[in-house]
Design a protein around this ligand. Structure first.
Ligand SMILES: Cc1cc2nc3c(=O)[nH]c(=O)nc-3n(C[C@H](O)[C@H](O)[C@H](O)COP(=O)(O)OP(=O)(O)OC[C@H]3O[C@@H](n4cnc5c(N)ncnc54)[C@H](O)[C@@H]3O)c2cc1C
Length: 453
């Protein structure tokens, strides 16, 4: 087995590994090996909806602080580089037809606001101050629209029975591939090298990481290193086992569909549109009978809230993305992904309750493209960032459905841990060791909201 050395070896060149490499090179490391078994950014990190928000629940301000920091870094990078990753700040619009749910949205925004996500502005009946445009005055915090007429005036394309909405302003989307490529390019310029192959073993001497074994098409080799970072996404648990550690994560299947939009059903200037109401789909009698027989009986039941969609691509080649996490089983990660052929139709049927103009597509569907991946999750939906296993080994994983928005903040925490520099207060919320803290165990017992969309 041939060998080389590196100041640090990172396992996985998804957005987590690349962001960690970016920060480590900025922290002064000059010889990093980023080991990737497939193509960089191609397993999960190019399957996402590419959205971001700083609207997160407690307990504690960890998630809001992590996202605020991550988005500060993202804003700064966009400004410094001319925004090649097309970061926008359209916001997320959570809509409802139910006054009680609007109150729940208000409560959630109040909580998040208290945790540092910006002010909550109320727009009751007759209020005119609200401006949904991204260039508007308020690009932070929340606008709660409690007047159906105001909602209709500002968003005439939404279903007429919606009575209010929460507009999260520090939110929007960007190109994950462009961001990832930029970070990879800059990390490489700073001294990171991409190594093709699969991490198969990690050796320790005493209780310290010593070397990483990699298998590649051209044979196996060893990289001697004092620092190992597990950024293996859906395989993070398997890689942790190489260190004799159990990562408390599971993989949840999430699928998305994109549709051509020849009818222009999705306004090109829309924010991310979300329906916060559960719903029953209106199947015909024949369809109901067929579903009952096919084993898809659950589609006849009430389906959960959360169908969401946004415009994608340039105005002259319109596409929209749509997702509805109505069935997200916990599974062992396997690739290629197996997805349900009926998913695009179900999503469109759900989406028409929010955006009625998509209705014609239910009958005549523009050829959809379906992909997806796994939300790698802890039970409370918080990431794992910090030391794990023998000295010198670290993890950045369990990035669930927020790995892109959190990448720069999470990568920064990882680099601070690995270079033994002072950590911000919010770092403690993400330590893998938190589960052995009785105070945290107490919080877990009553954990309410995971903030998952
Ligand atoms: C449908 C969907 C929608 C989403 N929407 C959003 C969103 O809107 N906003 C957001 O912020 N996030 C979103 N996410 C989540 C986001 O995509 C993930 O959190 C993020 O991509 C995880 O990045 P990662 O680097 O941890 O994992 P990955 O991108 O999976 O990268 C892990 C890498 O490790 C490599 N690897 C694994 N094991 C080994 C080994 N032994 N040796 C070498 N290499 C190895 C893999 O090949 C892979 O390239 C979404 C996810 C899905 C599935």
């Amino acid at each position: 087995m041939s060998g080389s050395t590196a100041e640090a070896v990172i396992c996985g060149a998804g957005i987590a590994g690349i962001a960690a490499a970016w920060h480590l090179t900025r922290a002064g490391l000059r010889d990093l090996a980023l080991v990737e078994a497939g193509e960089p950014l191609s397993l999960t990190s190019d399957k996402s909806t590419e959205c971001y928000r700083n609207f997160w629940p407690g307990p504690g301000d960890g998630m809001v602080r992590l996202m605020n920091r991550s988005l500060d870094l993202l804003d700064g990078l966009a400004e410094a580089t001319g925004n090649p990753f097309h970061l926008n700040r359209r916001g997320y619009l959570y809509t409802t037809s139910d006054p009680q749910r609007l109150s729940a949205l208000r409560n959630a925004a109040e909580e998040s606001s208290t945790l540092g996500a910006g002010a909550l502005r109320l727009h009751p009946s007759g209020a005119h101050a609200y401006n949904p445009e991204p260039e508007g005055e308020h690009r932070d915090g929340f606008d709660l629209i409690a007047d159906p007429a105001l909602l209709r005036r500002r968003f005439p394309y939404l279903a007429p029975d919606l009575i209010g909405a929460l507009h999260v302003r520090r939110a929007g989307w960007f190109s994950a591939q462009q961001l990832g490529r930029l970070l990879l390019e800059q990390a490489r310029a700073g001294g990171a090298r991409l190594v093709r192959g699969e991490v198969q073993a990690i050796a320790a001497a005493g209780d310290r990481v010593r070397a990483v074994s990699v298998a590649s098409d051209s044979g196996s080799f060893e990289i001697s290193t004092p620092i190992f970072v597990n950024a293996a996404g859906p395989f993070a648990r398997r890689v942790a086992e190489l260190l004799g550690c159990d990562l408390p994560v599971e993989c949840e299947l999430h699928v998305k569909a994109s549709f051509g939009d020849p009818l222009g059903a999705m306004p090109r200037s829309a924010p991310l549109l979300i329906l916060s109401d559960p719903q029953r789909l209106d199947w015909s009698e024949e369809e109901r009978a067929a579903l009952a027989e096919s084993g898809e009986r659950r589609l006849l039941e009430e389906l959960p809230s959360g169908v969401h969609a946004r415009p994608e691509g340039p105005a002259d080649s319109p596409v929209f993305l749509a997702l509805w996490p109505y069935h997200t089983p916990i599974v062992a990660p396997a690739f290629p992904l197996r997805t349900d052929r009926g998913y695009p139709e179900v999503v469109l049927r759900g989406l028409k309750r929010l955006l009625p103009a998509v209705e014609p597509y239910v009958e005549r569907m523009p050829r959809p493209f379906v992909d997806g991946g796994y939300y790698v999750r802890t039970r409370e939906n918080r990431p794992l960032i910090g030391p794990l296993g023998p000295a010198g080994s670290f993890v950045i994983a369990a990035l669930s459905g927020f790995g892109l928005m959190a990448s720069l903040g999470a990568g920064e925490l990882l680099a601070l841990h690995a270079t033994q520099r002072p950590l911000p207060d919010h770092a403690r919320w993400f330590l893998p060791s938190r589960y052995s803290d009785p105070a945290y165990a107490g919080l877990l017992a009553d954990w309410e909201s995971t903030g998952q969309l």
